[in-house]
Design a protein around this ligand. Structure first.
Ligand SMILES: *Cc1c(COP(=O)(O)O)cnc(C)c1O
Length: 385
């Protein structure tokens, strides 16, 4: 068996040469649209009994993401937030978490509004500053929660440094790997305990489904996560498991490698553009986290953000740009342009946003698989007009 990710991905996790047994179907296993499973005898149980607890199509997806992340157990959830919140359900009241202040907005809302209701405390830190993280750890800290690269400024956290701190203080590290995917960053290999994904983004890649994944290689965490998945029940349905695996993940490598190559070209172009005040992309050597990122990931990814100068009419920019869709989300075959100040970070007060560098003039671009020359031309004409 190969361990090259692009080969595993292309076969949707099937061993090469091993197709669906009864028919030889290439897209296997079939889509099992069955909520319940026949039991042959009173005290004899098959591998499946009820689809919340397990479904063969979901099993295939879960095994595939586990092998891609070099983990032992994968779990598929109905959204990225369902995966993230289910992982937090391993905590007990009175526990404390240390979490990046640049975390995804939905995770911020979950931690501050829902976990707080169950007396689970949190401290927000600048995760790129290891000393600040160390100072935030308390005797009841159970989890350090990392997102790298982070949104929307692509801040980079040193995964190895955070894992070392977590191990020293006997707490777990959770990492949201949505931006890199296992193709380019494998946090379990660096000592992270639970890897989380919004599979809605690059893994599915077609802006068609909402899905979440979690992976671990710790047997006790796997058992607890399975218990939460089955008990809380925020599972991914069989149709979406099939769609994610067949319609999405099989083509992750060619999609993402093209998008990342184009993103590097666009970042380089915009970094020299006179109407661009500032650009954030971990592949540019002047990015503050570039060196650390290169030590823990094998691509700078396909998401970048840039701030337009004051004399550019940003309303006109949005109305004139024609190729990218102007929307929330990222990681799709079509380029997606977003405006963090009014979209992902709208709930944050304006002065706090400005202080964090999320100005009204900041845009985030998730580069798709269009012709890069077309994208550059489109950006240029929209900025200039
Ligand atoms: C989109 C996203 C999420 C949430 O995932 P959903 O599938 O929308 O629930 C979490 N983390 C990151 C980094 C994301 O981009």
């Amino acid at each position: 068996m190969t361990n090259k990710l692009s080969t595993i991905l292309a076969h949707g996790g099937q061993h090469q040469g091993h197709h669906e047994e009864n028919t030889g179907a290439v897209n296997a296993p079939p889509l099992y649209l069955s909520s319940t499973f026949h039991q042959k005898k009173l005290n004899e149980f098959g591998p499946y009994d009820y689809s919340r607890s397990g479904n063969p199509t979901r099993t295939q997806l879960e095994k595939t993401i586990a092998s891609l992340e070099n983990g032992t157990n994968g779990f598929a959830f109905s959204s990225g937030m369902a995966a993230i919140s289910s992982a937090f359900m391993l905590l007990n009241s009175g526990d404390h978490i240390v979490i990046s202040k640049d975390v995804y907005g939905g995770t911020f809302r979950f931690v501050t509004r829902l976990l707080a209701q169950f007396s689970i405390e949190h401290t927000f830190v600048d995760m790129t500053n290891t000393n600040e993280v160390a100072e935030a750890i308390k005797p009841n800290t159970k989890v350090i929660y990392v997102e790298t690269p982070a949104n929307p400024l692509l801040q980079i956290t040193d995964i190895r440094a955070i894992v070392a701190l977590a191990k020293k203080h006997d707490c777990y590290t959770y990492l949201d790997n949505t931006f890199m995917t296992p193709l380019y960053q494998q946090p379990l290999n660096l000592g992270v305990d639970i890897v989380l994904h919004s599979a809605t983004k690059f893994l599915s890649g077609h802006s068609d489904i909402v899905a979440g994944l979690a992976v671990t290689k710790d047997a006790s965490l796997a058992e607890k996560l399975y218990f939460v998945q089955n008990t809380y029940g925020a599972i991914l349905g069989a149709q979406d498991c099939y769609q994610l695996l067949q319609g999405g993940m099989k083509t992750l490598e060619p999609r993402y490698s093209k998008s990342a190559a184009s993103a590097a070209i666009i970042a380089n172009h915009l970094s020299k553009h006179e109407a661009v005040e500032h650009i954030c992309y971990p592949g540019l050597s002047n990015h503050p986290g570039a060196d650390i990122h290169a030590k823990q990931a094998t691509s700078a990814g396909a998401v970048l953000s840039f701030k337009l100068r004051k004399d550019v009419d940003i309303d006109h920019f949005i109305e004139t740009i024609s190729i990218p869709v102007f929307a929330v989300s990222l990681g799709a075959v079509e380029s997606i342009l977003s405006h963090p100040a009014t979209m992902s970070h709208a709930a944050m007060p304006a002065d706090e946003r400005e202080a964090r560098g999320i100005s009204d003039r900041l845009f985030r671009l998730s580069v798709g698989i269009e012709e890069v020359e077309d994208l550059i031309q489109d950006l240029d004409q929209a900025i200039q007009s």
